[in-house]
Design a protein around this ligand. Structure first.
Ligand code: AMP
Length: 249
């Protein structure tokens, strides 16, 4: 069974993002980029399925600029077999990404498609759902446990007040939640081996997908600066301030 894993290049989660002076977006010049953390979990899950002998090949794909090859090489070092970069400098929005992933999933005849539940840059949480809808495939979103047995996928999801387990037919789209697994680190020998693994480059045009953005960002604003707190001397003073200044009681 072939697994397709979608990974996105995003600003590293340790970076404190800055809004551009013209409020058109986030400053990306000279900023450390990394694989979206939920995508790392998706890669790890695919590698574990391969180690169990359930998955036979892992194809990892990203849609983005040439520099996104870096994240594909990371995925190859973590255990993916092949990589595909769908190269574009256009700003990518979930629907266009989902169309591209659908085209690749069909070419590859993937039985399981693993995506992050959301990318930490746009926080869209849309691509996996759109991919399942476009392909007419079953979907298990926010997976915290994934099992593949008897030609079915069992996906446990964390929902309000408990856990829900779904039995899904293949092909299936699964999006990963934080508790699905803890990704491994790539070892130095695997990083070296990854340099020799195949990495194909395609364009959206090759796949017949138009990626012109359909959504326009009007303005990006940073959150208000938080004011420093104060230390109160007594419970009486706290109550008085909560009543008169904060007006919350
Ligand atoms: P989003 O819907 O943007 O929050 O992204 C959810 C997931 O879709 C990500 O964790 C990735 O697995 C996948 N994805 C989103 N954008 C891309 C992209 N440009 N290239 C590859 N995968 C992507």
């Amino acid at each position: 069974m072939k697994a397709l894993v979608a990974v996105k290049r995003v600003v590293d989660y340790n970076v404190k993002v800055r809004v551009k002076p013209d409020h058109s977006g986030i400053e990306l010049a000279n900023v450390k980029m990394a694989m979206n953390p939920f995508c790392e979990i998706a890669v790890e899950e695919a590698v574990r399925l391969k180690e169990k002998g359930v998955v036979t090949e892992i194809v990892v794909v990203t849609v983005g600029p040439q520099a996104a090859q870096e994240q594909l090489r990371t995925a190859l070092a973590l255990g993916a077999d092949r990589a595909i970069l769908v190269q574009t400098d256009e700003e990518m929005q979930p629907l266009a990404v989902a169309r591209i992933l659908k085209a690749i999933a069909e070419i590859e005849q993937a039985q399981i498609m693993l995506l992050g539940k959301q990318a930490i840059d746009g926080d869209n949480n849309q691509t996996g759902q759109m991919l399942a809808a476009l392909g007419g495939w079953s979907q298990g979103t926010f997976a915290s446990v994934l099992k593949l047995e008897d030609g079915k996928a069992l996906v446990t999801r964390e929902i309000d007040g408990g856990l829900q387990t779904l039995e899904l037919s293949l092909p299936v789209v699964v999006t990963t939640d934080l508790r699905l697994n803890e990704p491994r680190f790539a070892s130095l020998p695997n990083i070296m081996k990854a340099k020799k693994k195949p990495l194909d480059i395609k364009t959206p045009v090759d796949l017949g997908v138009v990626v012109t953005p359909t959504i326009k960002t009007l303005k990006v604003e940073p959150p208000k600066e938080r004011q420093a707190g104060i230390v109160v001397k007594s419970v009486e003073e706290l109550l008085q301030r909560l009543k008169q200044e904060a007006k919350v009681i």
